[in-house]
Design a protein around this ligand. Structure first.
Ligand code: ISC
Length: 430
């Protein structure tokens, strides 16, 4: 575990000061700079959090990457001086995080505390500044606006295959289907990557703006250079209640509303997709059950309509069992849930081994928890889907995966993966 800047411990004591502000308008318009590393976002339907600068940061590795980050946050938040005049989820000290899918990945994990954060929730807005105590007054919204530089486009964008070509990936899917039919596993989620290169230096705000405009019902995120708009909520912890939006089972949209309605009905009846979905819901119920005193799993999924695809979706909710000393934080719950069968497979351990062999790439932080957490441990963690990792000033690695079951057809899965790459492709090119 290492803390930044340059391995130094977080400056102590840090002061987190939250003040109410007038409605700031579009949160994304407040982001001052183009760099993805120092920009955080968690925005859905216009509400949420945006922030910039780094007041404290920890980098973690290996199997305990989330647990170590959670412990660091408990300690760091515990030493902070807090003056919070708003007292809502997302006010006071907030840490944003993203983590590698695999414990073996070099990508590890990061929690970072922005220097300035602006939030809005249900008509109330606030600004939080974090820095060494005694540094001076909280910056005003007007001063923040004055620092915003113009947003720039990425110029000409080209896409090339990542680890595998589409044909190679389909071959790998066919081999995984054969393994599944052999009875060793029930489901393996297979991902592929595509590399985007831009003609001009990337401005993360351009991506976030397009993602939020085109996918307003998704969570548009940016944490430590991982950017995307995910429709899947791994876990929210809010005052003793937990909620998850589980997705698995997909059909592409055609652009024709009547045809899409027929396809939605097909999806809701598809035994292949219902089976895939059931495994994902069961994995969430199994992981969360031990932490909850009561639990609600809907009998059947609904169809979630997105501009590119439709998914089978289930909203699972529960009440946290407080007899677990103080209750696990939202990040501890995310760690317990990861990887769900929606991104790993069933049974988890063998599916994860198989996908690592078959994909022939490191997923990095794709398909792993991304989100934020307050000082009390409440927070929201999504699964980093429909996303890309900014790997250089002019390059982004995009990812998409599909749940493979015995009835899967490789060519259909390749088309599905293309549809799941659409949000990031179009955020780059529009
Ligand atoms: C793994 C991805 O999607 C998951 C979430 C929803 C539906 C899925 C599916 O139908 O295969 C996947 O489980 C992805 O978008 O990269």
């Amino acid at each position: 575990m290492s803390t930044a800047p340059a391995g130094a411990p977080a400056p102590t004591p840090l002061l987190a000061r939250t003040v109410p502000i007038a409605d700031p308008g579009d949160l994304l318009d407040l982001l001052p700079r183009p760099d993805a590393a120092a920009t955080v976002s968690w925005v859905r339907r216009g509400d949420g959090l945006v922030g910039w600068g780094v007041a404290a940061r920890v980098d973690t590795h290996g199997a305990t990457r989330m647990v170590d980050a959670d412990a660091w946050w408990r300690e760091t938040a515990g030493t902070m001086v807090v003056r919070d005049d708003v007292r809502l989820p997302g006010t006071g000290p907030v840490a944003f995080g993203s983590f590698a899918f695999s414990r073996r990945s070099d990508s590890g994990g990061t929690l970072l505390v922005p220097q300035v954060l602006v939030g809005r929730r249900e008509g109330r807005s606030w600004l939080t500044a974090v820095g060494p105590a005694g540094l001076g007054p909280t910056p005003s919204l007007a001063a923040c606006r004055g620092e915003v530089t113009p947003v720039t486009g990425p110029g000409e964008v080209s896409f090339t295959d990542g680890a595998l070509t589409s044909e190679e990936w389909q071959q790998a899917v066919a081999e995984v289907v054969a393994t599944i039919r052999g009875g060793e596993v029930e489901k393996v989620v297979m991902a592929r990557d595509v590399v985007a290169r831009t003609g001009a230096d990337l401005d993360v705000r351009h991506l976030l703006r397009n993602l939020a405009d085109q996918y307003p019902t998704c969570w548009t995120f940016s944490v430590d250079s991982l950017v995307g708009a995910t429709p899947e909520l791994l876990v929210r912890r809010d005052q003793g209640l937990v909620a998850c939006r589980v997705l698995a089972g997909t059909i592409q949209r055609t652009g024709d509303d009547a045809a899409d309605l027929r396809r939605a009905a097909e999806l809701a009846r598809s035994s292949k997709d219902l089976g895939e979905h059931e495994l994902a819901v069961a994995s969430v119920a199994e992981a969360l059950g031990p932490y909850c005193s009561s639990f609600n799993v809907p009998d059947s999924p609904f169809v979630l309509h997105l501009p590119n695809v439709m998914h089978l979706a289930s909203d699972v909710t529960g009440v946290l069992d407080r007899s677990h000393s103080g209750g696990p934080s939202s990040l501890a719950l995310a760690a317990a849930l990861h990887p769900t069968a929606a991104v790993g497979g069933t049974p988890t351990a063998r599916a994860v081994e198989l996908l690592a062999e078959a994909e022939r790439m490191d997923r990095g932080r794709y398909a792993a928890p991304v989100g934020w957490m307050g000082a009390d441990g409440d927070g929201e963690w999504g699964i980093a889907l429909r996303s890309g990792q900014v790997t250089g000033p002019r390059s982004v690695r995009l990812f998409a995966g599909c749940g493979i079951v015995a009835a899967s057809e490789p060519a259909a899965e390749a088309r599905e993966s293309e549809a799941k790459l659409t949000p990031m492709r179009s955020a780059l090119t529009s």
